[in-house]
Design a protein around this ligand. Structure first.
Ligand code: PXL
Length: 281
């Protein structure tokens, strides 16, 4: 039997609202991959649309966790980061990349910080520069169009997009360092939405789309990123991994749309885990 793969997921834990670690853990585990975590902060909810949430910063705990592991001879097949709360956390995560990086490790960075042309309220205008430094160390990056524009210092445009604009973003992101780029929220008409990919190792572009589901549900980036990583670790190529992730995310969105779930509560990805597990077996 093949050796079980092991991921280190470094994200916050938003207790309610289905994002970050409460999403990464079940999705990566369902794919049969061991998911070790470093929680960077504990929040009562995520920050999207809620007010009055609690925020316990765990920056000081991150390195002591890794120091302890040094006594245990633990290694990872992949490192996966998402929402990071400060420049200090970015620097610490960058050091963790240096510790665990080897020729077989896959580092996936989701530069969570913005959407719809705007930075999330909790981030300062120079935060994208810090994220860009982290992305330069990654093997794969999965931004939305807003995050891509902030990191590349390019003008954000509303869609529908033209292929030239998307290609320029993909190539710009690949120039920053990562071999594999997956750009989310790409659409060429109002009815469809998908992910565009560029794999520098084979100089190949890809695009996979589905029907657009009305409403802006929180946590879908984390659902997408977790499924993408699981598929990549299971050996699928970039466009096939993006396809698995788009289908998994869209089907979760459809369930939540039909159930009229509050958009802040995240999407019902749980009902899709069995199918995902079978697909990635
Ligand atoms: O889904 C990304 C995410 C993760 N963690 C926290 C967030 C968000 C998005 O807003 O607020 C705390």
């Amino acid at each position: 039997m093949e050796r079980q793969k092991r991921v280190l997921a470094i994200h916050d834990i938003s207790c309610f609202g289905r994002c970050s670690l409460t999403v990464a853990l079940p999705i990566i585990s369902a794919a049969g991959i061991e998911c070790t975590v470093i929680p960077t902060a504990v929040l009562s909810t995520h920050t999207g649309g809620f007010t009055g949430f609690t925020y316990r910063d765990l920056t000081e705990d991150i390195m002591p966790i890794v120091e302890h592991w040094k006594t245990l001879d633990i290694w990872y097949d992949a490192l996966y980061t998402g929402y990071l709360g400060s420049f200090e956390q970015i620097d610490i995560v960058s050091d963790i990349f240096d510790i665990y990086k080897n020729k077989d490790t896959l580092i996936l960075v989701d530069p969570v910080m913005a959407d719809n042309g705007k930075l999330y309220a909790s981030f300062s205008p120079d935060f994208p520069k810090g994220m860009a430094r982290l992305v330069s160390k990654a093997d794969a990056v999965v931004p939305n169009i807003t995050e891509a524009c902030f990191m590349l210092d390019k003008q954000y445009k509303e869609g529908p997009y033209d292929e030239r604009y998307i290609r320029d973003l993909l190539l710009g992101l690949a120039d920053m360092g990562p071999d594999k780029v997956v750009l989310t929220g790409v659409y060429y008409n109002e009815k469809e939405l998908g992910a565009a990919t560029y794999d520098k190792t084979v100089d190949q572009f890809g695009f996979y789309k589905r029907e657009r589901i009305e409403g802006y549900y929180h946590g879908t980036g984390d659902v997408f990123g977790s499924a993408l990583l699981a598929a990549m670790i299971k050996g699928k190529n970039l466009i096939d991994s993006a396809t698995v992730a788009v289908d998994f995310t869209v089907e979760s969105l459809i369930r939540s749309y039909k159930a009229k779930t509050d958009i802040r509560f995240g999407v019902n990805f749980e009902a899709g885990l069995e199918k995902l597990a079978k697909e990635l077996k």
